[in-house]
Ligand binder design. Structure first.
Ligand SMILES: [Zn+2]
Length: 256
């Protein structure tokens, strides 16, 4: 059975999700730019991002980094906050996402790959090559958002040997802290794949939190579930995702 951080008693009627719910609402983005050739559906246009953030703002919600979200919740100030995350560290973040975030007064967390500085998304067999941020680009982004690690090179940690696992977690953190000149608190599992060994490695590397994708038995501060937000997420779909967020994380009880 899947575990859940939802503290509601089994059988309790689900209530609509809210930012004060036990599970924080964390949105997952990747690239922001032209999405005409986008087989993995990882891209939203700047105009779509603008409308989605506007939707949050109209509901009285504010997008923040995951570090800020968790710190606020720990002090009982999480109401109205939504975590915004951008994976992979695409170069378009600085040109297209940062200006939109600034316009809305929102923060975010950008998960980058210090082992692929100035490279591209070579791990995706299909689709267009997208350039990744250089060291200078990451420093530019760091002026506006939280920088977290996505590992060194985008490998599935559940398939990595001990040496690679340590390099991808502890090694990437050390590189990023040197690059950005600031502590790095957050990690994000490539592909969202996570197991106990990967969680232990991330904890041992000193990360205070880590983002996964799907909820599961490891859900917690070092495997935070996130919701994919894409180009097709208009206001209506965002509304549904927002309401279903809590339901999605409830354990399945007594399957007939
Ligand atoms: Zn990724």
């Amino acid at each position: 059975m899947a575990a859940s951080v939802d503290s509601a008693a089994p059988g309790t009627r689900a209530t609509p999700a809210s930012p004060t719910a036990p599970v924080p609402w964390v949105a997952m983005y990747h690239s922001v730019g032209d999405c005409s050739d986008d087989p993995y559906r990882i891209t939203v246009t700047p105009a779509r991002l603008d409308r989605q953030l506007g939707w949050l703002r109209r509901r009285g919600l504010r997008g923040v980094s995951v570090a800020e979200l968790l710190a606020a919740r720990a002090e009982g100030r999480g109401r109205g906050l939504v975590g915004l995350t951008f994976d992979d560290g695409y170069a378009d973040f600085v040109d297209h996402a940062l200006p939109v975030l600034r316009r809305h007064g929102f923060g975010a967390t950008l998960f980058v790959l210090p082992g692929r500085l100035g490279g591209d998304n070579a791990w995706d067999p299909l689709g267009p090559r997208k350039p990744l941020l250089t060291a200078d680009g990451i420093r530019e982004a760091a002026a506006g958002v939280e920088i977290g690690s996505h590992g060194l090179t985008h490998v599935d940690l559940t398939k990595a040997d001990d040496t690679v696992l340590r390099a991808e977690t502890a090694g990437s953190r050390a590189l990023l802290e040197e690059l950005a000149g600031a502590p790095v608190a957050g990690f994000c599992y490539p592909y969202g794949t996570v197991d106990r060994r990967a969680v232990d490695a991330v904890c041992a590397a000193g990360y205070r939190y880590a983002c996964a994708i799907d909820p599961g038995p490891l859900t917690g501060p070092h495997a935070l579930p996130r919701l994919h937000i894409g180009q097709r997420d208009t206001a209506v779909r965002l509304h549904l995702k927002y309401r279903l967020h809590r339901l999605r994380r409830r354990p399945v009880e007594g399957t007939p």
